[in-house]
Design a protein around this ligand. Structure first.
Ligand SMILES: NC(=O)c1ccc[n+]([C@@H]2O[C@H](COP(=O)([O-])OP(=O)(O)OC[C@H]3O[C@@H](n4cnc5c(N)ncnc54)[C@H](OP(=O)(O)O)[C@@H]3O)[C@@H](O)[C@H]2O)c1
Length: 347
């Protein structure tokens, strides 16, 4: 099927991939269902009549080339991403199409910048890593909160999750990242990533109402420490996670998310509260919504839509805040996200 609306989704039958497929359809795109397991692909294609399934493996570049044939972009939802990013970006570059992923693996996100920045720029194409809840939304919020600032002393991103029932992919990605760090922890300070063995601080974060002050784990370091400093001069980028959600994630036998509505979203709610500080001035912005996996779909699909329609600022490997008009992007997601701008923090 040849169409200017074909978008390839690698890992289409995964939990996040399914949300992305549904979102693409809702927005008038034609998802091409890509993945390594033929049986899982066929089962998905049966549930999604009219869509084409194309088996492809990261070990077989020719299969990826066939799978991307006729696609205008590819969204990679197959994690752990340490194994999938490079083959998929290579295939996207060969096909001459943009690449977007939902990776929240700090080292894999860094590799994407390190390995592909020059080639993507030379090809005049866009590669957007971490175009999802972690890494993408935080970067859009920080960029919007910064406003006319191009530099700040600190950026803080506090994740107020009501709970966190992780998917198998999230847990597997955590294991891969942990192994790559030799079991160490990571934080972004003094303008660089620092690996350490210090205990994580527990503090109270003043989330806006209705959540209010909550106990959070500090230095619960997420992909925002790659995306934000990739384009903004902020030497201290810190991320925080509500203690309950962090405990859910590390609980033995943590259960997967359970659908509670017709979209397949879980009951999980989130409030992402961003604070940037420069000199004595603070600016704040928060966004609330439901289900961190589900919200990743409109984020990734909006990115593809903006790339397709030329609403991009740069080429090469670029994070959400660098490549898109961040406030306009957030406004476009108003049916999925509600934004809170505190009256006392407009800077
Ligand atoms: N940045 C964010 O906020 C954000 C949001 C959502 C998801 N994610 C990340 O996205 C990834 C997927 O999450 P999920 O919730 O969709 O998990 P999931 O339901 O477990 O799905 C994982 C998908 O990845 C595929 N996959 C894994 N390794 C692969 C490989 N080497 N080659 C081909 N396919 C491979 C799986 O295929 P098989 O079944 O064949 O193994 C499956 O389709 C995780 O890394 C997760 O952390 C990040």
């Amino acid at each position: 099927m040849e169409s200017d609306r074909n978008v390839a989704v690698f890992g289409a039958y995964g939990h996040t991939g399914r949300f992305v497929v549904a979102e693409l359809r809702e927005r008038g795109y034609v998802p091409l269902l890509l993945g390594r397991d033929q049986d899982k692909l066929l089962a998905l294609a049966q549930a999604q009549p009219g869509l084409e399934a194309r088996q492809a493996s990261v070990d077989d570049p020719a299969s990826l080339d066939r799978a991307l044939n006729g696609a205008i972009a590819v969204i990679n939802c197959a994690g752990p991403f340490a194994a999938t990013v490079a083959p998929l970006v290579e295939a996207a570059l060969r096909a001459g199409i943009p690449y977007v992923d939902v990776a929240a693996e700090i080292e894999a996100n860094l590799d994407t910048f390190a390995h592909f920045a020059e080639r993507a720029r030379a090809a005049g194409t866009v590669v957007v890593p971490a175009m999802a809840f972690y890494g993408g939304l935080g970067d859009l919020l920080v960029t919007t909160a910064m406003g006319d600032w191009t530099a700040a002393d600190e950026a803080h991103i506090a994740y107020g999750l009501s709970s966190w029932h992780p998917t198998a992919g999230t847990l597997a990605s955590g294991v891969v990242s942990g192994r790559r760090r030799g079991g160490r922890r990571v934080r972004y300070t003094g303008g660089r990533l620092e690996y350490h063995d210090d205990a994580l601080p527990i503090l109270e974060w003043p989330f806006p109402a209705p959540l209010g002050p909550r106990s959070v784990i500090g230095e619960f370091t997420m992909a925002d420490v790659v995306t934000v400093p990739s384009h903004l001069a902020v030497p201290e980028v810190r991320t925080y996670m509500t203690a309950e959600a962090a405990a859910d994630l590390s609980a033995p036998g943590a259960s997967a998310p359970a659908a509670v509505d017709e979209r397949g979203r879980s009951a999980q709610t989130f409030l992402v509260d961003v604070l940037v500080r420069s000199g004595g001035t603070e600016r704040r912005l928060a966004a609330a919504g439901q289900d961190i996996y589900a919200i990743s779909a409109p984020l990734a699909v909006e990115a593809v839509d903006r790339i397709r329609t030329g609403r991009t600022r740069i080429t090469g490997v670029a994070s959400a805040g660098a490549v898109f008009d961040a406030p306009d992007f957030l406004r476009a997601l108003s049916s999925h996200l509600s934004l809170h701008v505190p009256l006392d923090a407009r800077g």
